[in-house]
Design a protein around this ligand. Structure first.
Ligand SMILES: NC(=O)c1ccc[n+]([C@@H]2O[C@H](COP(=O)([O-])OP(=O)(O)OC[C@H]3O[C@@H](n4cnc5c(N)ncnc54)[C@H](O)[C@@H]3O)[C@@H](O)[C@H]2O)c1
Ligand SMILES: [Zn+2]
Length: 386
C-alpha cells in the first residue's frame, strides 16, 4: 500500500511560442492597474524583460521595478525588499528571473499582508499567508522555483541556506517562454541545468517519491539528458525543452523532495557562496556513488527510460553504473569545477561543512541511504585537493 501522497501545482501555467503574451490576459483577469516587477540587473541587461515591458505598457499597467535583488539573498536582504514593497504596495507581484528573484518575490507575497518578518517564517512557516497574487517567469532553466512551495534564503548566522516551505508560496500564474533564455550565458545555463537534473534525479530516488513525482521526474530526466549539452551551447530548440524540464523538476520537488545532494550543498552556498547549481553539480556524482546500492533498481529504470541504446541484456548494476558514468561525463563537458579549493575551501574547513550539512535533516531524511557523518566527510574530502 502506498503511503499518502499529494501534490500542489501553480494556478495557471502558460507555455510555448509567444507565451509571454499571457501577461496581458493575467493583468486583465486580475483587474490590475499596478504591478511590482522583481528582477535583477543581469536579467535586465540581457534584454529579457523587453517583451514583457512592451506588453505592460500596451496594457497601461504601472510598474514598480525592484531590480536590486541579490543573487542567492540572505534573509535580511529579502526583508529589505519586502519592506520597500510595503511602502509601494501593488496588486500583482511578478518575479522575472532565476531562483533568486522568484524566491524573493514569492516570499514578499506572503510577508506583505500580516507584515511578518522573514525570521518569523524561518521559525514557523505556517504563519505565511499570501497577500498578493504572484506571476513567476523563470529566466534560467533552472530551479523550478516557479512550481514549488519553497523559498530558499541564506542564514548567515548558521552559515547555511534554509528552505521556507508553505503552500502559500505557490505561484498563481507561471509563464514559460523560452525566448527569455536567448542570451543565457554558458556557465549559468550549465549550473542551472545541472540543478534541474539534480531535482529530477533526487526526487525520483527520494524516500518521498510517489507516482506523481515519478511521472514528472522521469519525464524531466529524459528531456534533460537529451537536451542539456546543446541547450548550454546555445541551441534554441533544446532550451525550450530545458525550460519545460526544469518546470517538471520543480513539480517533482513539490510532490516528493530532494535528498543528500541538496542537503550537503546548502553549507557550500550558505558559507562560501558557491552558486546553487554549481554546488549541486559538484556533489552529484559522489553522492550518487554513495547511494548507488540503495537506489540501484531506480537508476536502472532511469537508464531504460532516458539513456538506453536498445541493449536489453544489461544487469541492473550495469545500468545504474552507466547512469553515474553519464553524470560524470556531463560534469566534464559542462565544465563543472572538480575541486572546492577554487573557493578557498581546504581540508581544515571540512568538519564545519560536515556539521552544517548534517543539520539539513529535512532533506537528509529523504535520502535512500542513511547518511552518516563519515559519509558526509568523505564526500567533502573527495572534492578537495584534486
Ligand atoms: N524555491 C525553490 O524551489 C528553489 C529550487 C532550487 C533553487 N532555488 C534557489 O534559487 C537560487 C538560484 O537560482 P538560479 O540558479 O536560477 O540563479 P540566480 O537567480 O541566482 O541567477 C544567476 C545569475 O543569472 C543571471 N540570469 C538569470 N537569467 C538570465 C538570463 N535569461 N540571461 C542572462 N542572465 C541571466 C542573473 O542575473 C544572475 O546573475 C538559489 O538561491 C537556490 O537556493 C530555489
Ligand atoms: Zn536546486
Amino acid at each position: 500500500m502506498l503511503k499518502r501522497f499529494g501534490m500542489t501545482l501553480p494556478g495557471q501555467v502558460y507555455a510555448g511560442e509567444g507565451a509571454m503574451e499571457a501577461a496581458a490576459e493575467i493583468v486583465r483577469k486580475e483587474h490590475v492597474k499596478k504591478i511590482a516587477l522583481f528582477t535583477d540587473k543581469g536579467v535586465r541587461n540581457a534584454g529579457v524583460l523587453d517583451e514583457l515591458n512592451r506588453i505592460l505598457e500596451r496594457e497601461n499597467i504601472m510598474c514598480q521595478v525592484f531590480d536590486q535583488i541579490p543573487s542567492e539573498p540572505d534573509y535580511h536582504q529579502v526583508q529589505e525588499v519586502a519592506d520597500s514593497f510595503c511602502r509601494e504596495p501593488c496588486e500583482l507581484i511578478v518575479g522575472a528571473g532565476g531562483g533568486s528573484v522568484m524566491d524573493t518575490a514569492k516570499l514578499v507575497s506572503v510577508l506583505a499582508g500580516e507584515r511578518h518578518r522573514v525570521e518569523e517564517l524561518l521559525e514557523d512557516s505556517s504563519l505565511a499567508k499570501k497577500a498578493v497574487p504572484t506571476l513567476m517567469i523563470p529566466t534560467t532553466a533552472g530551479t523550478g522555483a516557479e512550481a514549488t512551495c519553497n523559498s530558499i534564503v541564506a542564514v548567515p548566522e548558521k552559515k547555511l541556506k534554509v528552505g521556507i516551505v508553505s503552500p502559500e508560496l505557490m505561484a498563481d500564474y507561471v509563464i514559460l517562454d523560452a525566448s527569455v533564455l536567448n542570451n543565457l550565458p554558458f556557465r549559468i545555463a550549465a549550473n542551472t541545468g545541472m540543478d534541474a537534473l539534480c531535482h529530477a534525479l533526487e526526487c525520483y530516488i527520494s524516500n518521498k517519491a510517489n507516482p506523481f513525482s515519478d511521472t514528472f521526474a522521469l519525464a524531466a530526466l529524459e528531456m534533460i539528458f537529451s537536451n542539456i549539452e546543446k541547450a548550454c551551447r546555445g541551441g534554441m530548440e533544446e532550451k525550450k525543452q530545458m525550460l519545460i524540464a526544469a518546470f517538471y523538476g520543480g513539480v517533482a520537488i513539490t510532490a516528493s523532495g530532494t535528498t543528500a545532494v541538496h542537503a550537503l550543498s546548502y553549507p557550500l552556498g550558505g558559507k562560501y557562496h558557491i552558486p546553487h547549481g554549481e554546488a549541486n553539480a559538484m556533489l552529484l556524482v559522489p553522492v550518487m556513488r554513495m547511494n548507488e546500492e540503495a537506489c540501484r533498481r531506480k537508476l536502472a529504470v532511469v537508464y531504460d527510460r532516458a539513456l538506453s541504446d536498445g541493449e536489453t541484456q544489461r544487469s541492473e548494476k550495469e545500468k545504474s553504473e552507466a547512469v553515474i558514468r553519464k553524470l560524470e561525463e556531463l560534469a566534464k563537458t559542462l565544465e563543472i569545477p572538480a575541486s572546492l579549493n577554487r573557493y578557498g575551501i581546504t581540508r581544515g574547513d571540512v568538519e564545519d561543512l560536515v556539521k552544517a550539512g548534517m543539520d539539513v535533516k529535512r532533506l537528509l531524511d529523504n535520502n535512500p541511504k542513511t547518511v552518516t557523518e563519515e559519509d558526509a566527510r568523505s564526500i567533502y574530502l573527495g572534492l578537495i585537493d584534486r
